[in-house]
Design a protein around this ligand. Structure first.
Ligand code: SAM
Length: 278
């Protein structure tokens, strides 16, 4: 399947959003394997909330380089399926490469505000770090509600406040503050995701924080995947020497924050919403 006709009344996806993700696809694919561990830690609470069964059909929205779709598909039985979907084929390229041998996985290019699927056609819907990029997020959640079977569950993760997310804070500070980054924290406020899902007709909705802290080695560029993946368009505008200077500033800031063993705490705060269609 691909594309999907636009539903009357749905505003067109902003072209710059498509271009941004098209430009980011290679960076996401390049880092996807190296990021498997942090990805698995984030998948844990999301997949647990979904309460997936081996026979379920899971629709994953904004799959990007493939998570949580690939991990979920590995746990499916012979009749279960995971449909990994994304607006931008260049982002799904990583998912196709990484999921090539996973039988239960299939792919679809689709705008989550106009899904080319029948009503009540899936058991579960997931969306990891995708919803905040969609201008008409209410429409996307209405599509989740429409495509879910009665009794079905949707779960989504979005970023909590920037101040609670060390990697974004470090890189953004070194870049001198990027207005483009604000969209990442669009649903950071406690309760904003819950009201979005209630507004779409879900009647059992719970929102909770997901907080994790890892200790990173300050001597290693553990921040480089974030720099590459989240800031691709900004980096493309930088000359080689400016990029080197930027990386030097981040490394210096990390060293300044290290403890006596050369470790830096890396905090993460995401918001998890879980909603059931009755
Ligand atoms: C930050 S990535 C998340 C990828 C993956 N789920 C993860 O957590 O690693 C955000 C993704 O949202 C996708 N996206 C943005 N707007 C979309 C829309 N309207 N419909 C479907 N996907 C969209 C982008 O193409 C991009 O791949």
């Amino acid at each position: 399947m691909s594309g999907g006709g636009r539903t009357a009344g749905v505003p067109p996806v902003r072209e710059h959003e498509i271009r941004r993700w098209h430009e980011s696809g290679q960076a996401w694919d390049r880092w996807a394997d190296a990021m498997a561990d942090p990805a698995a830690r984030l998948n844990g609470p999301l997949l647990a909330a979904l309460d997936l069964r081996p026979h379920h059909i899971l629709l994953d929205l904004a799959s990007g380089a493939g998570e949580p779709a690939i991990t979920a598909a590995k746990g499916m039985g012979p009749t279960g399926r995971v449909l990994a979907s994304d607006l931008v084929p260049a982002m799904l390229a990583g998912a196709r490469r990484r999921g090539v041998s996973v039988d239960a996985l299939s792919f679809m290019t689709a705008d989550m505000t106009a899904l080319p699927l029948g009503s009540a056609s899936v058991d579960r819907v997931s969306c990891r770090f995708g919803l905040m990029f969609v201008p008409d997020a209410a429409r996307a959640v209405a599509e989740m509600h429409r495509t879910l079977r009665p009794g079905g569950v949707a779960a989504a993760l979005c970023w909590g406040p920037q101040a609670d997310n060390t990697l974004f804070r470090l890189v953004d500070d070194a870049l001198g503050g990027m207005p483009e980054l604000a969209v990442l924290f669009r649903f950071a406020e406690d309760g904003s995701l819950a009201s979005l899902f209630q507004g779409a007709g879900f009647n059992t909705v719970a929102e909770s924080p997901v907080r994790q802290t890892a200790l990173a080695d300050a001597a290693k560029p553990f921040w480089r995947p974030t720099l590459d993946m989240a800031f691709t368009p900004a980096l493309a505008r930088l000359a080689r020497e400016d990029r080197a200077a930027l990386e030097g500033r981040i490394a210096a800031s990390v060293r300044a924050q290290a403890d006596q063993d050369g470790r830096v705490p890396v905090h993460l705060h995401a918001r998890l919403v879980v909603a059931r269609k009755t």
